[in-house]
Design a protein. Structure first.
Length: 222
């Protein structure tokens, strides 16, 4: 079973949660691309909002009704990928640079479901780089501040986010605690967003070698 087959299996399981009449948030990345393709095939009577220009384009080209999120305050269900997801449903996102819009749409959603292949499942997040979206004006200052939190900070050269910002990736977290890391990164002036999702994820659907596993926040009692 390839990773890509597992990504599609997770996306297919999530599509079963989509009901006619819903406003659905579309994630970004290779796993979310499977979701969009499946929705385009099945054509449920839904409208969608997208977490990136790339996902909006793919959805629109496939004939889905894409609404501008700027005019939306609530989404029924958002389905999105992740770079790491742990057993407490803490996730790291943003390898594709879309984490800021992804977090806004996730926060606006009644339910946010992560879809992933088994390689994304970890005991505890922190091995993946943490993407940080930064106001270009503050780039050098933020890089210096992040150097206190990570062993290495790298700018994504030539990358501009959909919001016109730059991305600095933090490698090697100096503090293993995601709550403390999220608070420390967010407190730096000039940081616009970051890829740590502490409480936004309500459920995860993970496919590994064809076996689909579901994790539910409700079952965690938090
Ligand atoms: O910015 C990108 C997003 O957070 C993606 O959802 C995440 O990187 C997972 O992407 P993929 O499904 O391609 O592994």
């Amino acid at each position: 079973m390839t990773t890509d087959t597992d990504k599609r299996a997770a996306a297919a399981a999530a599509v079963e949660m989509v009901r006619d009449g819903m406003l659905v948030g579309l994630g970004t990345g290779s796993t979310a691309a499977h979701l969009i393709a499946l929705l385009v095939d099945r054509r449920p009577a839904i409208e969608v909002v997208a977490t990136s220009e790339a996902s909006a384009r793919a959805a629109r080209e496939g004939g889905l009704v894409v609404r501008d999120f700027a005019g939306i305050s609530r989404v029924d269900l958002t389905i999105d990928g992740a770079d790491e997801i742990d057993s407490m449903l803490v996730a790291v996102k943003g390898a594709g640079g879309a984490m800021l819009r992804e977090k806004v749409v996730a926060a606006a959603s009644d339910r946010m479901v992560v879809i992933a292949d088994g390689s994304k499942r970890v005991d505890r997040v922190g091995a993946a780089k943490l993407p940080v979206e930064v106001l270009p004006f503050a780039e050098r200052f933020v890089a210096r501040a992040l150097a206190g939190l990570f062993e290495r900070v790298e700018k994504r050269e030539g990358v501009e986010t959909d919001n016109g910002n730059v991305i600095l990736d933090g490698h090697g977290w100096r503090d293993a605690d995601p709550q403390r890391m999220a608070a420390a990164v967010a407190s730096i002036p000039g940081v616009v967003g970051h890829g740590l999702f502490l409480s936004e994820v309500d459920a995860a659907i993970i496919a590994e070698d064809g076996v689909v596993t579901r994790l539910e926040r409700r079952a965690l009692g938090r």
